[in-house]
Design a protein around this ligand. Structure first.
Ligand code: ZN
Length: 349
């Protein structure tokens, strides 16, 4: 089969699309004919060898990619939930199933939590062997781009807002980087939950798009400091919740945008992981800082049901053949456009 792959970590030119050994399924795995894959910023970090806490140690060559959707081709002997011909999407979180956190029912806290595409071979390939428990059914009528683009960012944003921040109707929320994958999902979910949604982006086009997917107020962070804008808009009060996946460039202003007792939720730090933090602002204003990673199977089911129903829509900014994988990574790294970048096996085009 053909697969996106790299043999060394580095810049975009380490990526190539070429022949790779056909995957073989284990007893609990499903062989999926991939119809579409989607990119996340995670793919860039993985390519560079940067894990969340430490450098990645991958078996090379590595196939990247955490999001994909396709048709079941074959199933392992222990698999009962799926059969050949089923339409499925990949949900990339891997947990051990027996540590104290898995036993307590929250596999996202697993002491050995891993992500398909980051820690183990991913799914930007013509075929992929995926554990059955990492697949969700995709109804007829949902197109492959939507099915591939939704799982990672919508489960991430859903857990951040619903589980971690406990966002309530009528509360106010600021979503930073609303044109990115997690950002545009968070805006849609916050709007659906009945919150008052503020969103930042860097161009008028991206701001119009954020408004289109549910933001009530938009802030161009290139033209004004977003914490000042929030203070102006809220009479100095601040917002109840801030969604920050930017990190170093925004952290201090995220804290400064919160109302007393407010909550900042972070799921990533694309501009750097070691920002300055004014601890006095945290204790005096009694702020809460919540981390969040991926989603539990229950959270995945809840949010994808809403995607399949059409309540949420992953916007596709660009669809490219997998052979254009370097360009796909460039769009993510250069923050061009808004929404998700999708890659399709060349043989499917
Ligand atoms: Zn575990």
């Amino acid at each position: 089969m053909k697969a996106v792959q790299f043999s060394d970590h580095g810049r975009r030119d380490v990526l190539e699309y070429g022949e790779f050994d056909d995957p073989e399924i284990e007893r609990d795995e499903v062989l999926v004919d991939v119809k579409a894959g989607a990119l996340n910023h995670l793919d860039v970090f993985t390519r560079m060898g940067l894990g969340a806490l430490e450098r990645l140690e991958l078996e090379m060559p590595h196939i990247p990619g955490s999001d994909a959707a396709g048709v079941v081709d074959d199933v392992g002997t222990d698999v009962e939930r799926f059969e050949p011909g089923d339409r499925v999407a990949v949900s990339a979180g891997l947990s051990c199933g027996h540590c104290e956190f898995c036993r307590d029912g929250d596999p996202t806290l697993c002491t050995d939590f891993q992500i398909i595409g980051e820690h183990v071979r991913g799914v930007h390939s013509e075929q992929a062997a995926v554990p059955a428990e990492n697949l969700v059914p995709v109804p007829e009528g949902v197109d492959w781009e939507t099915a591939a683009a939704a799982p990672l960012v919508f489960q991430t944003a859903w857990r951040m807002l619903v589980t971690r921040a406990d966002l309530q109707p009528g509360e106010s929320i600021l979503v930073l980087g609303a044109s990115g994958g997690v950002g545009h999902a968070a805006v849609q979910i916050a709007d659906y939950l009945g919150a008052e949604v503020y969103a930042t982006a860097s161009t008028e086009e991206k701001l119009a798009y954020a408004a289109d997917v549910g933001a009530d107020h938009t802030i161009n962070y290139d033209e004004e400091n977003f914490a000042d804008a929030i203070a102006d808009a809220t009479g100095g009060r601040g917002v109840d919740v801030v969604v920050d996946h930017i990190g170093k460039a925004t952290w201090q202003d995220s804290l400064g945008s919160l109302a007393k007792g407010g909550t900042v939720v972070t799921c990533g730090a694309t501009t750097g992981r070691n920002p300055e933090t004014d601890l006095n602002s945290i204790f005096w204003n009694q702020l809460e800082v919540h981390g969040s990673t991926m989603g539990t199977p229950g959270e995945v089911d809840d949010v994808l049901e809403l995607v399949w129903e059409g309540a949420f829509e992953p916007r596709i900014r660009k669809t490219l053949p997998m052979s254009d994988i370097q360009r796909a990574h460039e769009i993510i790294e250069e923050r061009e456009g808004f929404g998700k970048v999708v890659v399709v096996p060349d043989s499917e085009l």
